[in-house]
Design a protein around this ligand. Structure first.
Ligand SMILES: Nc1nc2c(ncn2[C@@H]2O[C@H](COP(=O)(O)OP(=O)(O)OP(=O)(O)O)[C@@H](O)[C@H]2O)c(=O)[nH]1
Length: 398
C-alpha cells in the first residue's frame, strides 16, 4: 500500500470525523451546481466562471481539439510524495506511492461526463465558518488554532460557494502551513555516542518509540545501545528487552528500584567503550510526583555530563495523541522539568484527536521528529506536514 494511503487509513478516525462533519455542514444550506450557480463558483483553487464557460464551449464542437485548461498548463509535474520527505532513518522511507486513479475534473463533473454524484456547494458565511471552527475544535485542534485555520481559509473567499473537497484542500493548505516550520527529522550529530534522552508520561509510548527507533537506526547501520532507565517498571524493562533482542541491540538494565542515573552512567561507559553511535535512554514518567521526577531527570543529566558535557544531545518528549488537549499541558510541564528538544506523537492511528498535533505546532513550535501510527517497527514514520494535513482532512493524494 502506498505510504500516503497507509497514513490516511491509519489516521482514519480523525479524517472520517472531518469527512462526515464537512459533508453535514455543506449539505446544510448548500445546493448542487446549476447553470446559475456556476457563475458563483470563482474560488481561486478551482476554475473561475468565465474560464468554465469558455471551456464548456469546445466540448460541443467535435472536430475542434479541446484546449488545455489554463491552470493545467501552468501546473508543474507533480513531485512524488516520497521526494518531499526527510526520513529519520533510511527504513522510514516508504515505498513510492501508487499512482492515484484518474479523477474527473471540474468540467467533467459539470458536463455530467462521469458517474460521480453532483457537487454540492455552500456559500461561505459567518454561520458556516463557525460550524467549521467547531468541527476543527472537535479534532482537538484547540480554539485558537481552529480560529486561525478558518480565518486564513476564509480570506478572500467570503461569500464564495465551496464544496466539501475544496474546503478540505483549503484547510489542508492552512494546516500544512502551520506545520511546515516544525517538521524536522531527529538531528544526527557527528559526535558519538549521541545521547537521546526519552521523556514522557507513563503509557505515552516511550518504550515502543525507543524500540522502533533502535530497530530503524540499527537497520540503517548505526551502532545503538539502549538504557532501560525506568527502573521502577519491570514491564517496561521487559518490553525494551524484547525490542532489543529483535533489533539485536544491547539493552542495559538495573535491578528494580535502583538508581536510574547510575544506570545511565554505566550505559554511557558501555556506549563509549563499544563505539556506539547512539545511546537511547528510557526514563520514568511518573508525573504524579513532579518534584521527584524532575530531580531524577536532572540527576541523569548531571551524571552523563560527567562523561560528555554536551549530552544529552536530544531530549525527546513522547506524547500520546489520544490524550488530546492534555498533550499541550504535558509539553508545558516537561519543558519545565527537562530541556525538551523535540517531539514524537504516538497513537495517531487510534484517535479522532489528531488535530492536537496542529495545536502543538501552533502553540510551542517544537520540532516534530516522527509520528507513531501503530505498534509495528515501520509504524514510526517521519513527519511530513502536507501528507499529515491531507491525511487529517481525509483527502486523496493529489
Ligand atoms: N496504536 C498504537 N499504539 C501504540 C503506539 N505507540 C505505542 N503504542 C502502545 O501504547 C502502549 C504504551 O506504550 P509504551 O511504549 O509501553 O509506553 P511507555 O511510555 O513506555 O509507558 P510505560 O512503560 O508505562 O512508562 C503499548 O501497548 C504500545 O504498544 C502507536 O503509535 N500506535
Amino acid at each position: 500500500m502506498a505510504f500516503f494511503q497507509k497514513l490516511k487509513s491509519k489516521m482514519f478516525k480523525s479524517s472520517s470525523k472531518i469527512d462526515e462533519g464537512l459533508e453535514a455542514i455543506v449539505e446544510d444550506g448548500g445546493a448542487t451546481d446549476t447553470p446559475e450557480t456556476v457563475d458563483e463558483v470563482p474560488v481561486d483553487q478551482v476554475m473561475d466562471a468565465p474560464q468554465a464557460a469558455a471551456q464548456a464551449l469546445p466540448e460541443a464542437v467535435d472536430d475542434e481539439p479541446a484546449p488545455m485548461p489554463a491552470d493545467e498548463e501552468d501546473t508543474p509535474a507533480p513531485v512524488p510524495l516520497r521526494e518531499t520527505m526527510t526520513p529519520v532513518a533510511p527504513d522510514l522511507v516508504p515505498a513510492p506511492p501508487e499512482p492515484a486513479p484518474a479523477k474527473p475534473g471540474l468540467m467533467g463533473r459539470l458536463m455530467g461526463r462521469s458517474a460521480a454524484a453532483p457537487v454540492v456547494r455552500r456559500v461561505l458565511d459567518d454561520e458556516m465558518l463557525e460550524q467549521l471552527e467547531e468541527l476543527l475544535i472537535s479534532t482537538d485542534m484547540g480554539v485558537d488554532t481552529a480560529l486561525r485555520v478558518t480565518a486564513n481559509m476564509a480570506e478572500g473567499r467570503f461569500g464564495k460557494r465551496l464544496s466539501v473537497d475544496e474546503i478540505k484542500r483549503l484547510m489542508a493548505t492552512e494546516v500544512a502551513r502551520i506545520m511546515d516550520p516544525i517538521a524536522k527529522p531527529l538531528p544526527i550529530y557527528a559526535k558519538t555516542p549521541q545521547v537521546v534522552l526519552v521523556v514522557g508520561v507513563n503509557g505515552s509510548g516511550k518504550t515502543t518509540t525507543i524500540g522502533k527507533l533502535a530497530s530503524q537506526f540499527k537497520a540503517a547501520g548505526k551502532n545503538v545501545v539502549i538504557a532501560a532507565g525506568d527502573t521502577f517498571r519491570a514491564a517496561a524493562v521487559e518490553q525494551l528487552q524484547v525490542w532489543g533482542d529483535r533489533a539485536d541491540v544491547p539493552v542495559l538494565t538495573a535491578g528494580q528500584g535502583s538508581d536510574p542515573a547510575s544506570l545511565a552512567f554505566d550505559a554511557m561507559t558501555q556506549a563509549e567503550r563499544d563505539g556506539a553511535d547512539l545511546l537511547l535512554i528510557d526514563t520514568a514518567g511518573r508525573l504524579q510526583n513532579r518534584g521527584d521526577l524532575m530531580e531524577e531527570l536532572a540527576k541523569i543529566v548531571r551524571v552523563i555530563r560527567k562523561k560528555d558535557p554536551s549530552a544529552p544531545h536530544n531530549t525527546l518528549l513522547v506524547l500520546d495523541a489520544t490524550t488530546g488537549q492534555n498533550a499541550l499541558n504535558q509539553v508545558k510541564v516537561f519543558q519545565e522539568i527537562s530541556d525538551v528538544s523535540g517531539l514524537v506523537m504516538t497513537k495517531l492511528d487510534g484517535t479522532a484527536k489528531g488535530g492536537v498535533l496542529v495545536a502543538l505546532a501552533d502553540k510551542f513550535g517544537l520540532p516534530i521528529h516522527a509520528i507513531g501510527v501503530g505498534e509495528q517497527i515501520d509504524d514510526l514514520q517521519p513527519f511530513d506536514p502536507q501528507e499529515f494535513a491531507d491525511a487529517l482532512m481525509g483527502l486523496d493524494p493529489q
